[in-house]
Write a protein that binds this ligand. Structure first.
Ligand code: FAD
Length: 469
């Protein structure tokens, strides 16, 4: 297949670039090695849309985070994904005020709006669960939280509505440079494209090398996160940061989109790009750090945990460059990559604009509607939905109140695995971890996709839930 642009990687960065490029009169494809989009780093992070003021203003990643934060507001409105403007507080114990003043100065230089120093009485009134021992805090009202995979799917659906073709289960194996085009050889066939955007996350250095380019090597850095039971009180209304350290923003308190509190992430280099294990020591470290900020938090309030691996590079910045004609490498897109993604897309379009290839499409679909979320609605709205379609009245996942209609809609929009359904609907994410709903969802998938149960997988080939005997 011959196209104008080809994106390698279906995480937040790849789909943000795809969504932006789908507004131009170009024929484009996105290739993803996993069974679905958002199965890489973009599925396991803190979901914070940072203000950007905590990283040095000279860094590209900082400038793109500040811009990304601005862009998300409009995107969330247009593409109908949750964006909760929680705001954030960087809290300081006695002796840390000077460091906080420096962060504020940096933020003001970057143009982060609304920064404000608040004192101990303000904290007592507005965040009563925080320890009394804090002296002051820096309030950044523009921070927000999103659900990362819902955002990926929203951007991808909009790009697809504008003509992008997505190929999952297509692992890029080799890349050859021709006179005018790049040849991309995958597990499922060969593509030819004039432009290639390498957004392969943890594997971006390997992809660049396949194409004959040397880019900074990925240094994987694992982060473990711990989620508290919904029945435990929200610890804080805002995202809470301690004063940051050299390589990490510290252990945070994160109120999630779905009403839980998340604690983390840790930061530890690992040789294994796929190391998604969580550990007892990680849990104990996180709890001990959070107890300094909220003394009442307890380890037994944790209901689940996960880990993600940051694709960092030694230079500790994003590396975004067209290293050979028509081939753009996006390497080292670690935190705040989720925040920066829409701005990275803008940056890539700017790099391409000199080529005189980008002609805006005559008609662009700029909106997208989310799957209705039964659980997020009030009584009247729920009744109206059931009246419209009785399948909204059939609850499949009891813990999270997810209906048959939502599962079917997730499949209609492209979900092909149990995790794909989970990420699109939140089914299987409650207290019972899917014990009650797994078989029911499998039955719906078998019926909708015409598949035998043995072909239904958790996250792609090799993760079948039922093995034939
Ligand atoms: C613990 C943790 C917490 C974080 N918290 C935040 C936060 O709160 N806010 C924030 O802004 N950022 C945060 N980040 C960073 C953020 O998650 C990443 O910057 C972002 O998700 C990177 O997206 P991506 O699209 O570049 O990578 P990915 O999501 O990994 O996408 C790359 C895709 O490329 C695919 N791929 C790889 N090789 C191939 C191949 N050969 N062929 C085809 N496809 C291939 C992969 O399967 C993958 O799906 C956090 C990261 C971690 C780990």
């Amino acid at each position: 297949m011959k196209v104008d642009f080809l994106i390698i990687g279906g995480g937040i960065v790849g789909v943000a670039v795809a969504q932006k490029l789908s507004g131009y009169a170009l024929d484009g494809v996105l290739l993803e090695k996993e069974a679905e989009l958002s199965f890489g780093v973009s599925k396991s992070n803190s979901g914070i849309i940072h203000t950007g003021f905590q990283s040095p203003s000279r860094q590209l990643k900082t400038r793109l985070a500040v811009r990304g934060n601005e862009l998300y507001r409009e995107l969330a409105g247009n593409l109908d994904f949750p964006f909760i403007p929680t705001g954030e507080l960087v809290v300081a114990f006695p002796g840390e005020r000077k460091a906080l003043e420096a962060i504020r100065e940096n933020g003001e230089k970057l143009g982060v709006p609304g920064l404000q120093m608040v004192d101990n009485p303000w904290l007592k009134e507005n965040e009563p669960n925080l320890t009394d021992e804090l002296e002051c805090a820096l309030l950044g009202p523009t921070a927000a939280v999103i659900n990362p995979y819902e955002t990926v799917y929203a951007l991808a659906e909009n790009a697809q509505a504008n003509g992008l073709r997505v190929f999952c289960n297509h692992e890029v194996l080799a890349i050859e440079q021709g006179p005018d085009t790049w040849k991309i050889i995958t597990t499922e066939g060969t593509f030819e494209s004039r432009l290639v955007i390498n957004a392969a996350g943890l594997y971006a250095d390997k992809i660049a090398r396949m194409a004959g380019m040397e880019v900074p090597a990925i240094v994987p850095r694992k982060g473990e996160e711990f989620i508290l039971d919904k029945h435990a009180d929200r610890l804080t209304k805002r995202v809470i940061f301690p004063v940051p350290q050299k390589y990490t923003k510290g252990i945070l308190i994160i109120p999630t989109v779905d009403g839980n509190t998340m604690l983390g992430p840790t930061a530890e280099e690992t040789p294994d790009r796929e190391d998604l294990t969580t550990t007892k020591s990680g849990k104990q470290f996180v709890i001990s750090q959070i107890q300094r900020l909220v003394p009442s938090v307890r380890e037994d309030q944790i209901i689940t945990s996960f880990a993600g691996v940051r694709p960092t590079i030694k230079e500790d910045d994003f590396y975004i460059q067209e290293d050979l004609e028509g081939f753009i490498n996006l390497v080292g897109i670690q935190s705040p990559g989720l925040t920066a993604a829409p701005a990275i897309a803008e940056y890539v379009v700017n790099l391409l604009s000199v080529k005189n290839l980008l002609r805006p499409k005559k008609t662009v679909i700029s909106t997208r509607t989310a799957i209705p979320r039964f659980r997020r609605l009030g009584g009247e709205e729920r009744n109206a939905l059931i009246k419209e379609d009785p399948e909204f009245g059939e609850v499949v996942c009891r813990c999270e109140l997810i209906t048959r209609k939502e599962i079917k809609e997730a499949i209609r929009r492209g979900a092909r695995t149990m995790d794909g359904i989970k990420f699109r609907t939140r089914s299987q994410m409650g207290r019972c971890h899917g014990a009650f709903c797994t078989m029911k969802i499998m039955a719906i998938m078998a019926e909708e996709l015409g598949l035998p149960y043995e072909a239904i997988t958790k996250r792609g080939k090799g993760s079948e839930l039922i093995k034939p005997v």
